[in-house]
Design a protein around this ligand. Structure first.
Ligand SMILES: O=C(O)CCC(=O)CC(=O)O
Length: 252
């Protein structure tokens, strides 16, 4: 698996969103490394990872993350996942709780009752490649106000480049995994301290999805932030500070 490890202190693993890569976390990682050892990795078929040809499930991605954690740390780690990364985090906590000190699930969901939007995306990418979903994705990922700012325009450009570089087959395989997932039964077993972060302007995984998740995870608390879907790109400083405070308060 492709990963990077930087900084000193408790190990924090950062898990990225669909059609992005571990670069998505650059600004959050820079803010965390003075106090934490930050490990970032690419999901199957994303970023520098290759070989996402066979179908896989969110549980398979969670087992990949478990293998990575065993490789980078002999102690339990803090796992922070955004969207797809948060789905992986939920499955990881349900399947491998002893590997975790804490779980942060940002801008994510446990289940999609209606798979038609995923089927539409899969069809669009099969017919038109990643270009076919680029504009609509960026519109869901960042708020209009941020996209109009110079920093937001630069960020949108960087995210678009990564999306366009994503292997279309890896993207559609991951959409299949998300469309087929139901993490709710596993969530009812989670006992790790859990922080759920919802973006008030997140159209991809609206706050109601976070509230539903929190009903199943007894140990969870929900915090809302002013951002759209990729909060790690839009408000990295605020998010890093929220995570830093939460990590410091976790039992050792
Ligand atoms: O972002 C993810 O990891 C999955 C949810 C999603 O598809 C977000 C989006 O592109 O709208």
């Amino acid at each position: 698996m492709n990963f990077s490890k930087e900084g000193q202190g408790p190990v924090v693993v950062l898990s990225h969103a669909l059609a992005l890569d571990r670069g998505m976390w650059s600004d959050v990682a820079a803010a965390l490394t003075p106090h934490c050892t930050v490990v970032r990795y690419d999901h199957r078929g994303h970023g520098e990872a290759t070989g996402a040809i066979d179908p896989f499930s969110i549980e398979d991605l969670a087992d990949d993350a478990a293998d990575l954690i065993r490789e980078v740390s002999s102690d339990p780690v803090v796992f922070v996942g955004l969207s797809l990364g948060g789905m992986v985090g939920q499955a990881l906590a349900a399947r491998h709780p002893a590997l975790l000190r804490g779980l942060a699930v940002l801008n994510s969901a446990a289940h999609y009752p209606d798979r038609s939007t995923w089927d539409a995306r899969i069809l669009a990418v099969r017919e038109g490649g990643m270009q076919a979903i680029a504009d609509s994705s960026i519109e869901r990922w960042l708020t209009p106000a941020f996209r109009q700012s110079p920093a937001g325009q630069a960020m949108a450009g960087r995210l678009r480049e990564v999306l366009l570089r994503t292997d279309p087959l890896a993207y559609t395989r991951t959409c299949e995994a998300i469309a087929g997932m139901d993490l709710r039964p596993g969530n009812r077993r989670i006992e790790n301290p859990t922080l759920i972060v919802a973006g008030r302007q997140d159209m991809a995984t609206p706050p109601a999805m976070s509230q539903a998740m929190a009903k199943d995870i007894a140990s969870a608390r929900v915090v809302e932030v002013e951002a759209a879907h990729i909060s790690a790109a839009e408000i990295p400083g605020e998010l890093a500070s929220l995570l830093d405070d939460w990590i410091r308060a976790l039992p050792a």
